[in-house]
Design a protein around this ligand. Sequence first.
Ligand SMILES: NC(=O)N[C@@H](CC(=O)O)C(=O)O
Ligand SMILES: [Zn+2]
Ligand SMILES: [Zn+2]
Length: 342
Amino acid sequence: MTTFTITRPDDWHVHLRDGASLNNTVADISRYFGRAIIMPNLVPPVTNAELATQYHQRIMAANPSKQFQPLMVLYLTDQTTAEDIKAAKASGIVYAAKLYPAGATTNSSSGVTNVDNIAPVLAAMEEVNMPLLVHGEVTDHDIDIFDREAVFIDTILRPLVAKYSTLKIVLEHITTKNAVDFVKAAGANVAATITVHHLLFNRNHMLVGGIRPHYYCLPILKRNIHQHALVEAATSGSDKFFLGTDSAPHAQGAKEAACGCAGAYTAHAAIELYAEAFEQAGALDKLEGFASLHGPKFYNLPVNSDKITLVKEAWNVPATMAFGCDEVVPIRANETIAWQVK
Ligand SMILES: NC(=O)N[C@@H](CC(=O)O)C(=O)O
Ligand SMILES: [Zn+2]
Ligand SMILES: [Zn+2]
């Protein structure tokens, strides 16, 4: 197939950052996505409706394409209250709240130290039907980094899903067969996003022949049996799995460093890269469900009413791209991507 058309997709997990870099990230993400779930891990984090409203205004001031709608997210802390959730719901611009276990990832130091601390918050979310988005990794020093997602599922997520049986939960950026199996077995209130880098790459891409910091993200790339499970889930047609790029830019110098930041930039070519991954799996016909239909169904939002067309025509990805006053090295820098959006 050399061209195909799908309903306009949405990105259910993206980091746009703030300040001058918004001009770059917003331009990239709004090229063809209809909506995007905007992650709130700024410094300071987006912890209430007022901060979400201000951030929403800064995103809109960065001139997204006309069709683009940012869906804001509240960052949960040990101090978040049920009232914060109700005010966020009432704002009309906040669509979810995010659980970052404190210390699990970029800018998560204000995150939740114990889910018991947010019990009233989770009850309020269940009541107002606001989805809980989860960075699913434990932070215990004695748990191996490659096991942190699986241990989180067994020790924290499984009891949480049992306790809040009607709370909508998205296990974000899943990276293991354990996560695929857990989500498949859970009820319709539990879903997952899958990034394109976890579909295309495994830990060999990051570690064989030299350490490649631009593949370093969290949860970390796993061995290929997990990659295969993710590809199988994404291309299965199950509406429990949908597109979330987790595009997470860091300045080139912050990645290419003795202690490099976690995050991969994919917003420059997200659907184009997903098309490659689905084509490799012989499942291009499943891309529309994953990218454009399953997410709105879970979030109880309408499907976008227009379409985009992809063409199989290779193009070169630049070595770096502007990122505020810095540069970001995008995934596939200096290489080609097979598909482009017309
Ligand atoms: N995925 C990442 O490696 N990094 C994200 C945070 C996150 O989504 O965990 C970031 O904000 O940089
Ligand atoms: Zn995360
Ligand atoms: Zn993320």
